[in-house]
Design a binder for this molecule. Structure first.
Ligand SMILES: [Zn+2]
Ligand SMILES: [Zn+2]
Length: 341
């Protein structure tokens, strides 16, 4: 097997096709898995991405040379066949399949195995080499079913309302927020959102995706209408003056990291919901096995643990050092320029 991708200091590089996948330094040609800021960076001369990803990139990075494709619509660069396939992570998120002289490599980007109804359903793609993330690559990470988590969130909101508290739900503005909105829609109540989430909603709507209606919190929003209401905000809003207008309120954080005891307290939250846009431990293992890959390269997360585990199971694996990661915890403010308020 040849080396269809090489791991360079600018990112994952395909020498035969002369392009990069999710490069972290400015390059001539970038193929983008998804619009999170650590994967889709500023400064490339050309971006190839899924149709749904383009309006989000435009909102984040401004005008650039963007070219879009649908899932499973091949593009050729110097004879390398490139196609994008659903990764199930966030809207537009894609696995990137490369084929050259009979050899197939797949870069998964970030992915999640349970279908959230918004992000496209992840399907494993047979390949010779698979590049996987490992954000939650430890056996302790096992997600509850999405329907059950959504139920928990709704019950928590209802309980807060009985106690005359506003429910402030914290979630990453691209990916998580749209799922929280979906989870809350059955309550048939107004859903208020922070400006960062509002901006994201507009970008997503311009991609032609219909989400439940939300109301933007502005300085004019009255305290009376917010009383006992539902508010969704990014983590940058936690413990900020912006939150004061909701008083009395309860804070619930949605994140895969909530699986670990102590993280609810660390966030100063009243509740934690283990809702993640990434595969859990079993999701990673079953996806890797389903590709049938001879070689598995492991990127950001718990790469040494996952890579060692795969090698012990007889699957050739190596760690790859990248500059991806951090999106669930700290990169929130970076997702989109928040409107001052
Ligand atoms: Zn991501
Ligand atoms: Zn990532």
């Amino acid at each position: 097997m040849g080396q269809l991708l090489s791991f360079t200091d600018k990112g994952l590089y395909c020498p035969a096709g002369d392009f990069y996948i999710d490069p972290w330094r400015p390059v001539a040609k970038a193929v983008i898995t998804h619009a999170h800021s650590d994967h889709a960076r500023w400064g490339h001369q050309y971006y190839l991405c899924h149709t749904y990803t383009k309006p989000i990139l435009q909102a984040r990075l401004g005008n650039n040379h963007y070219e879009t494709v649908e899932w499973d619509e091949p593009v050729f660069m110097n004879g390398v066949k490139i196609s994008l396939h659903p990764a199930g992570h966030i809207i537009g998120s894609s696995q990137i399949r490369l084929e050259y002289k009979g050899e197939v490599w797949v870069v998964s980007g970030d992915y999640k195995t349970e279908d959230d109804g918004i992000s496209g359903a992840f399907t494993p793609i047979p390949c010779h080499a698979f590049i996987t993330e490992s954000t939650f690559g430890l056996p302790i990470y096992n997600w509850k079913k999405q329907a059950d988590i959504y139920n928990d969130i709704r019950q928590w909101v209802t309980h807060n309302q009985q106690q005359f508290n506003t429910s402030v739900i914290i979630g990453y503005s691209l990916g998580k927020a749209q799922r929280i909105i979906t989870a809350l829609a059955p309550l048939q109540q107004p859903i208020y959102v922070h400006g960062a989430i509002w901006n994201m909603q507009q970008a997503i709507a311009s991609a032609g995706i219909v989400l439940p209606e939300v109301i933007r919190v502005t300085p004019e929003t009255s305290k009376a209408e917010l009383k006992n209401s539902i508010v969704i905000a990014p983590s940058s809003a936690e413990d900020s003056p912006w939150m004061r207008r909701f008083s009395p309120y309860r804070v619930g954080v949605c994140s895969g990291w909530m699986q670990v005891r102590g993280n609810v307290r660390r966030h100063n939250a009243d509740a934690g919901f283990t809702l993640s846009d990434h595969a859990d431990w079993n999701g990673l293992l079953s996806s890797i096995a389903a590709t049938g890959a001879e070689k598995v390269y492991v990127t950001h997360g718990f790469q040494s643990t996952l890579s060692r585990y795969l090698n012990e199971k007889g699957i050739w694996s190596a760690e790859v050092k990248t500059e991806y990661g951090g999106e669930e915890e700290n990169a929130e403010a970076d997702t989109i320029t928040p409107v001052a308020e």
